[in-house]
Ligand binder design. Structure first.
Ligand SMILES: [Zn+2]
Length: 132
């Protein structure tokens, strides 16, 4: 069971910037890191080739690399998992971040594989910054 998603502010901000640039298309990325008990530490963005759709990023589940702890994607409207999201979550790690317009830090929510909301803890300091 996941209780908390932990991510550095820098990494989250770079994901949000990517989501803002893609808007109104969705941005999707896999997240790498470590799981410790009920905490999921998100430490990196893992690139996978994907095809973009207006409402849903479509990607090949066979291309999911090991070490994936979760996913991040953007929604043009509300940060709430769709039924398609909930079907894909179990293949994509433990914790799933959804950001909604206008993609501020307050517009991000995290969900477990069943689509239940979990806490996000943002850590300051020496986080990595992803480039896309
Ligand atoms: Zn979605």
């Amino acid at each position: 069971m996941v209780l908390e998603a932990i991510i550095s502010r820098d990494l989250l901000v770079s994901l949000l910037e990517a989501a803002r640039r893609k808007f109104p298309m969705e941005f999707f990325s896999l997240l790498g890191g470590e799981v410790e008990g009920e905490n999921v530490y998100i430490t990196e963005v893992i690139y996978v080739p994907w095809k973009e759709g207006y409402h849903h990023a479509i990607f090949d589940l066979n291309q999911i690399p090991p070490g994936v702890v979760g996913s991040f994607h953007s929604h043009p409207s509300v940060a709430k998992p769709s039924s398609a999201d909930i079907r894909s979550f179990p293949y994509l790690g433990y914790v799933h971040l959804i950001a909604s317009y206008p993609f501020g830090i307050e517009n991000v929510r995290a969900f477990d594989t069943g689509g239940r909301e979990v806490r996000i803890r943002i850590i300051e300091g020496k986080g990595q910054r992803a480039s896309f």
